[in-house]
Design a protein around this ligand. Structure first.
Ligand code: SF4
Ligand code: SF4
Length: 302
């Protein structure tokens, strides 16, 4: 019997749903084993048919998101938080810094890209005052972070559901797939604002460029560092950061980069705090991050 899959799309960019379509021929192979009963980008199904697996993209920011997430939970046996927005808030979670009414004021009251004063009408779903990952509202059975998760990992997750005896997915960091070599190179200055570096074979940290790879879960095949751009942490924190309350991303990156380059740890830590909106962008709405004793995102992001 085929496994029935239902998907929903909350406050996100739809990139996670597009990543499912990016499975290409793997998607066709999967249709022998699964039946998609609801997929907003592929079919016009407004109801929530019963399904074995529910895949939810996006964070919860509006009344619609909350109601849809609850309906998904009620209609499926296994619920997957799919993509970094659903798991940690993701890019949608940056709105956690702002109350709902100030978001509306910024976008519609004073926004540069619309006529000032043209507000959403009463048919638009009401914004909630904050943004939360979906497990703040419903019970989640599995998590698949990534922005979006690479189709390799999506296929791996679905295959895992089809063969429950299969081991859970590996939880290594982006560094595990990166082809660059970490080595001591000093003296080097901190490259503020840079996401690229001159030597394509050497770790960004060794070249003074902040790279989040060593503190980020690998759900991307390390495509950014392998193509010349430092990791921005889009799959959210690594397992050790999640499980150890006193470990923090900026501290770990600063320690590692300082050992490789001789740059003072304090200078690196301070830079990451100053740029917290960038370096904590993907997980700041999650208690996994903002409840850490050493993390003061609201203070840093002022
Ligand atoms: S996790 Fe990334 S790709 Fe997925 S909905 Fe959020 S912003 Fe889009
Ligand atoms: S820190 Fe970045 S550049 Fe260095 S090995 Fe890890 S992913 Fe690659």
């Amino acid at each position: 019997m085929k496994i029935k899959i239902s998907t929903e799309w909350l406050s996100g960019c739809s990139g996670c749903h597009v990543a499912v379509v990016d499975l290409h021929e793997k998607l066709i192979n999967l249709t022998d084993s699964v039946e998609f009963v609801r997929v907003p980008v592929l079919m016009d199904e407004r109801e929530y048919p019963r399904a074995d697996v529910g895949i939810v993209e996006g964070a919860i920011r509006s009344e619609h998101d909350r109601a849809a997430c609850i309906k998904m939970r009620e209609s499926v046996k296994t619920l997957i938080a799919f993509g970094t927005c659903a798991v940690y808030g993701g890019p949608s979670g940056v709105g956690w810094l702002y109350r709902g009414d100030s978001v509306l004021e910024k976008a519609y009251g004073a926004g540069m890209t619309n006529a000032p004063g043209e507000w959403p009408d009463s048919n638009a779903p009401k914004l909630e005052q904050s943004v939360v990952p979906i497990d703040e509202i419903v019970t989640v059975d599995r998590y698949l972070p990534g922005c979006p998760p690479h189709p390799y990992w999506i296929a791996s997750a679905i295959t895992g559901l089809l063969s429950p005896e299969k081991k859970s997915m590996v939880q290594k960091t982006v560094c595990s797939r990166c082809e660059r070599t970490m080595k001591k190179v000093s003296p080097v200055a901190l490259q503020k604002g840079n996401v690229t570096a001159a030597d394509d074979t050497v770790c960004f940290l060794s070249q003074g460029v902040v790279c989040m790879g060593s503190v980020t879960m690998e759900r991307c095949l390390a495509q950014c560092p392998n193509k010349g751009v430092a990791c921005s942490g889009c799959a959210g924190p690594s397992t050790d950061i999640i499980t150890e309350p006193h470990l923090d991303m900026r501290t770990m990156i600063a320690r590692r980069m300082s050992m490789l380059t001789g740059i003072e740890e304090q200078e690196i830590r301070q830079y990451i705090e100053d740029e917290a909106r960038t370096y904590y962008a993907y997980a700041m709405a999650s208690p996994v991050m903002y409840k850490k004793p050493a993390v003061k995102i609201r203070e840093w992001a002022q």
